[in-house]
Design a binder for this molecule. Sequence first.
Ligand code: GUN
Ligand code: FE
Length: 471
Amino acid sequence: MSPQRKLLLLGTFVHSKTQQDLDFLHKAGIAVDAHGKIAAIERDAHDLSEVKARLLAKLGWDEAEVDVTEATEGQFFFPGFVDTHIHASQYANAGIFGKSSLLEWLETYTFPLEASLKDLSKARRVYSRCIRRTLSHGTTTATYFATRDVPATNLLADLCLSMGQRAFVGRVCMDRPDMNPAYYRDASASESVEATQQVIDHIRTIDPGFDVVSPIITPRFAPSCSAEAMKGLAELHRQTGLPIQTHVSENPGEIQLVAQLFPESNSYTDLYDKCGLLTPRTVLAHAVHISEEEADLIAHNKSKVSHCPCSNTCLTSGPARVRWMWDKGIDVGLGTDVSGGYSPSILEAARQAAMVSRHVAMAIEEEKEKERAKLTVEEVLYLATRGGARCVGLEDKIGGFEVGMEWDAQLVTLNEVNGDGEVHDEDDDHGFVDMFGWETWGDRVAKWVYNGDDRNTKRVWVKGRLVHRRK
Ligand code: GUN
Ligand code: FE
């Protein structure tokens, strides 16, 4: 990307220090260079003009060459969210799932919509809206499933690049004639691999270093793929080093189907391993019903899990056990799984992760384990940022504020309630998170997690580029 103006961001910054702890930087500043990288961080100054002076002096930058953004008292900068599992193609169906569960939901709602996006003008409408909407909710990185149509998948990649969203874009592979509708399937295993290669080639022409948009190899899930296709896609991974995404162990009917279709495999996860798909660059969505052995296998192979709590409730799939996966050493991130999940917001996914963990806890008898199962605000925000970054192999670039990382961030604002119980500007819609002034910073962040929405996200940057601004 061409160099852009340098940035100085001044105010309060909040990000994950560890899985359990947030770091709050006050009277702080971050300098971002012309390539979108964090060049310096200063904190604990007397005031913001001192921070600014310190940063400019440290870097030898002239004030005329930088754009300055000052957060007001009470606003804070937060890392952009990482959505590790979202079907851009299904965005038009968000909220439409009735009482269905996975397999009938695919047939009834999902395959018809996905197939219809071979109409490129329809794809453009849906994809543009999906990107615009997720950006406005602070999603700076999205790991997308598109459809099996190559031109429409290429279009999604083009749109992510032009709208500035960091993205992994996957052409969905599904070649099994007995398991996919005749109107929506690959003709053969080799079509799955060749069509994936075409999308890789396209993305290489628009973003040669895969700096913002990268291809991702995408066998839809085991029931929709032949072993030959899965093995061919694994071979493509070995040749290219590109990441892989798929679904695993989401729903009991699906698990039974896998056992029926692949009787030679020990488990759903074992099948992926045997096909060569269980790699350190693999993101497995759901993992709701995996066994101890499957979790150990995932941990051993350093594969990642995308936890999709909203979807798992909508489709009555079940509650995934994040603490248990963490205990096994598995990296976990959050996915909205639109439109299995109804919401394109990772803030919503974070809060649903907290809620689902409480349902997991309620089913545990032993008091200490019950308590441990519950996820804190700090932990769900870790999942939404650094956890997600680890899942997609970008932990050195995004998910937190450190020198050398890239400026993928959002500016968050909350209502300040005055002495009369009014908020500053009732017409200017800042959502419904009301601050009375006595909250600690931890409380502020908790109130945002549980009641915040896109109205609180004022600005969003990816790699230093301003990609969303709320009026
Ligand atoms: N399994 C196979 N395809 C899908 C899909 O589109 N969404 C979800 N949630 N699970 C799947
Ligand atoms: Fe999904």
